[in-house]
Design a protein. Structure first.
Lengths: 429, 474
């Protein structure tokens, strides 16, 4: 915990003791509140939170008597941030297979692979993500035994003291493109063929057509059942794709089967911006992707986010693999800042960190904005949150103050320069 | 044509002056009399053919300057003449014929130096082929001190131009880390070129890449080969250094005239003996504090020095030890958790090493991070400040300029804006530690290699030329 944050937490604690009757009510006063409605933060806002929800928000509002007061002192306050596509809480150490659950490679599970069973509320990366201002995340599987399906992903609410799994089976993920084609016979055409066939078979299965008749069936019943909510439009199909041709196929698939499709990655999505906007297909993109890392990303460019947003596409953010889970909060802010440096309006970037992923994944009824009825996921920032040198002063998840209890905090305290000369080893600190 | 590297690594066991002189004399004697082969350790049969690109003398006026020596100057001018920094100060006179850049509201720093890249050797675009075999690691043996990464480099790697647009003027390209001895590194000027030699930094000290920990042990252990453990790694280092010591002694004896025939050349031992002889610097991939401390003893055992520990995520645990040993820590700002030996990384790492009086540089190891090294410094400095370590912008800029220049042994040429240094200069649109800042102009040896406002001065490598997917982007 930073010194400033510690002081604020201590002050909040002191006020809490004095509060009495309305001890469960919190009022953040003198906030510059980025509400998500409009581009300009609301000056001198009071945000009242009770039972984990925002119950009042207005400029200059007098806090209710007895409420715990937190003075934001004019600092920016936003909703807690949401990572649009991560493996947070299903990956511990990337290079150590037994600590990871994000993918399966053998067995019967394709579309039926359900990542929610693996979500670990004690994952080591979680406290750091929370301390960095992240309170929500969509976790996507990265591979199943039946390409191109990766499996079903989940939504997380990063509460500090309980189960973080908010919504299992919130999405179905597939992966297409050159680097993953090997698992589908070596051609991306096979990926799309298999995907369409799976949807056809699942539809027949849903209509009660006897499996296996009148033709061969490639899909097992587990996968056929997992596809039903997708066919019904209740669950989005998250298609990880980078090349324009694959994104075009994703649009075609969405139209042909009337699916809710979300493009993940989308390095060349800017080339199809009007079509994506017209079909209301959102893109969760990596703003760092700006060079031809693979042949699928020859058209990658830094203003992908800006071009998509300008065309009316709903965007949110994901990250390069090495940062995707372990710096799921801090690197996401930096990524958003980079998009702004390359043409995305600042307010649009903040929405892409909050409201947009909430809409894309279906949480916006209660998360994504600062407004009455929304969850009390709140971050007070010590500067512009899109500057990587900035940090939260205070993070609240469902109204509750989150302490930085990360391993990183323990390590930085143990090895602080002032303690280097102490006679007893760090293990005693 | 053989050529002698004139500048051995600074701070090595033997003094550089006499050694360089001896090498030159040996080379001269060999050429003149034809009698004696020169000591092979420091020869460069692939010499630099770099020539600065066309340039005009330039005055960058009214900028906020972080000069790399720790100074910050407001409303200051920088004069670039004949490829060198000629003057730095307020209200400099404008000599006739000089191009003036109005840098009001903009910031100026030395060119960024990245001491850890694999540009050209792990070249974009990556393909499924590279999962099987890549030009960055020679995975046939844990000791490939005989390979030189410059023989792998594809100069058309788009990563070079991306780094240039991020203000990077000098890069060290290293072999990968699967081997105990990965091979020789090479220092390049980040200038678009059609040959590696045309990018080679003239007379830059040679370096050997070595690696600790998981990568060598896993690479060979997984194949049932030696080494499969960290103790195996150390045995591998020591056995190789023993042979190198003998080889060096034989060559020195031959040089003294105690043998008539030169020893049989061995390319691995050339490189290793070059390290023991003080001609070649060691750049060592090493994450864990306990391993770094043991490598310091290993170096003492065989009488060589480590220039820097790269990826030193646990440097903060032994900051005073590194400072007293004079070995630099080359780190990221915030990468962690992707492998076991990166589990204990903290964002205060650079600031803590710095606070102990140690030498720190931020590196990339990535074509993405390599475009924004000033943001790496910004994040590392901010984490330090929150933990109570005062780090000013004028100091933090040294982590990506002066300190990496020192790690390469090029502190006399690059890394600061002191008069006489190479005119490697970046003009930033705003505070370079802000995510919103762009490199507007990048000068290398005084030539305007990159201009954000001039499409004709934004280099596009052959691979990207004419790619339809780039559309109107280029």
């Amino acid at each position: 915990m930073s010194a400033a944050r510690a002081r604020l937490a201590a002050a909040a604690g002191a006020l809490l003791l004095a509060a009495g009757a309305l001890a469960d009510t919190l009022a953040i006063v003198h906030a510059r509140a980025f509400t998500g409605d409009g581009d300009e933060p609301l000056a001198d806002a009071t945000i009242v939170v009770r039972d984990g929800r925002i119950v009042a928000l207005a400029a200059g509002l007098a806090p209710p008597g007895g409420a715990t007061l937190v003075d934001a002192r004019g600092r920016l306050v936003t909703a807690g941030l949401m990572n649009g596509a991560t493996q947070l809480a299903v990956v511990e150490v990337d290079a150590v297979p037994d600590t990871n659950d994000q993918a399966v490679s053998v067995g019967p599970l394709g579309a039926a692979f359900d990542l929610s069973y693996a979500v670990n509320s004690n994952a080591t990366a979680l406290p750091l993500a929370r301390a960095d201002g992240l309170t929500r995340a969509a976790v996507l599987p990265t591979g199943s035994a039946a390409a191109p399906f990766a499996g079903q992903g989940a939504l997380l609410h990063l509460v500090a003291d309980g189960e973080i799994l908010e919504r299992p089976r919130a999405l179905l993920a597939v992966q297409v493109g050159g680097m993953s084609a090997g698992r589908a016979g070596g051609s991306r055409a096979a990926q799309w063929g298999l995907l369409r066939n799976a949807l056809d078979e699942a539809r027949a299965y849903g209509r009660g057509t006897r499996p296996g008749a009148p033709r061969d069936q490639l899909l097992n019943h587990l996968d056929a059942e997992a596809l039903q909510p997708v066919l019904a439009g209740r669950v989005p199909l998250a298609i990880a794709a980078a090349r324009e041709s694959d994104i075009r196929e994703a649009l075609r698939l969405a139209a042909d089967y009337r699916l809710r499709v979300v493009v993940v990655g989308g390095a060349e999505a800017w080339r199809l911006a009007p079509a994506l906007a017209r079909q209301h297909v959102p893109v969760i993109l990596d703003p760092f992707a700006d060079y031809p890392a693979t042949f699928d990303e020859l058209g990658a460019r830094l203003d992908n986010a800006a071009l998509l947003e300008r065309a009316g596409v709903t965007i949110a953010f994901t990250l390069p693999p090495i940062q995707r889970s372990h710096n799921a909060g801090s690197a996401l802010r930096e990524a958003a800042g980079l998009a702004v440096a390359n043409g995305l309006p600042w307010a649009a970037a903040l929405r892409a960190l909050t409201l947009n992923p909430a809409r894309i994944w279906g949480l916006d009824e209660h998360y994504g904005r600062l407004a009455t009825g929304q969850d009390g996921d709140l971050v007070i920032w010590d500067g512009d949150p899109l500057e990587p040198a900035s940090a939260p002063v205070e993070v609240r998840v469902a109204g509750r103050l989150v302490a930085d209890d990360s391993r990183q905090r323990r390590l930085r305290e143990r090895y602080a320069p002032a303690r280097q000369g102490e006679p007893w080893p760090p293990a005693y600190r | 044509m053989h050529r002698v590297v004139r500048r051995p690594a600074a701070g090595v066991r033997r003094g550089p002056g006499p050694l360089a002189a001896a090498l030159l004399l040996a080379a001269a004697a060999a050429t003149a009399a034809g009698a004696r082969e020169p000591l092979p350790f420091a020869l460069d049969p692939y010499p630099s053919t770099y020539r600065p690109l066309p340039r005009t003398d330039t005055l960058i006026a009214h900028a906020t300057v972080l000069d790399g020596t720790g100074r910050r100057l407001e409303d200051a001018d920088v004069l670039l003449r004949d490829g060198k920094v000629a003057a730095l100060g307020r209200g400099l006179a404008v000599p006739a014929g000089v191009t003036v850049v109005d840098a009001r509201g903009r910031w100026v720093t030395p060119g960024i130096v990245d001491v850890h890249t694999h540009y050209g050797a792990f070249s974009a675009p990556f393909t499924a082929d590279e999962l099987e075999h890549s030009d960055v690691n020679e995975i046939s043996d844990p000791n490939t001190a005989n390979v030189w990464v410059e023989h792998s480099i594809a100069v058309q790697d788009p990563s070079f131009a991306r780094a240039l647009a991020g203000g990077v003027t000098t890069v060290e390209v290293l072999p990968g880390s699967t081997n105990l001895f990965g091979g020789r590194a090479v220092v390049l000027k980040n200038v678009p070129a059609t040959t590696v030699q045309a990018m080679k930094f003239p007379h830059a000290p040679v370096a050997l890449k070595m690696a600790c920990g998981e990568n060598p042990a896993h690479q060979y252990g997984d194949k049932g080969r030696f080494p499969s453990s960290r103790m195996g790694n150390f045995a591998g280092y020591r056995e190789a250094w023993l042979k190198a010591r003998d080889y060096e002694a034989k060559w020195l004896a031959y040089e003294r005239g105690e043998a008539t025939e030169p020893p049989a050349r061995d390319l691995k031992l050339d490189t290793l003996a070059g390290v023991l002889h003080g001609d070649i610097r060691v750049q060592m991939h090493c994450y864990r504090a306990d391993e770094m401390a043991e490598v310091l003893d290993l170096a003492r055992e065989f009488g060589y020095r480590v220039a820097a520990f790269h990826h030193a995520v646990e440097a903060y645990k032994i900051a005073p030890l590194l400072a007293s040993a004079g070995v630099c820590a080359v780190v990221w700002s915030d990468w962690w958790g992707y492998k076991m030996e990166a589990f204990d990384a903290i964002r205060e790492n650079a600031a803590y090493v710095d606070a102990a009086g140690g030498c720190v540089a931020l590196h990339s190891d990535s074509a993405i991070v390599g475009q924004r090294l000033t943001l790496e410094a910004a994040k590392a400095a901010a984490a330090g400040r929150r933990a109570g370590v005062a780090v000013t912008p004028e100091h933090a800029i040294r982590w990506v300029t002066a300190e990496p220049a020192r790690i390469l042994g090029l502190e006399r040429e690059i890394g600061t804006l002191e008069p006489g240094k190479n005119a490697d200069v970046v003009v930033w649109s705003a505070d370079p530690f802000s995510v919103y800042s762009h490199a507007d102009l990048v000068f290398l040896d005084g030539a305007r290699l990159y201009d954000r406002a001039d499409a004709g001065r934004r280099p596009v490598g052959d691979f990207e030329a004419g790619q339809p997917a780039l559309g109107a982007a280029r």
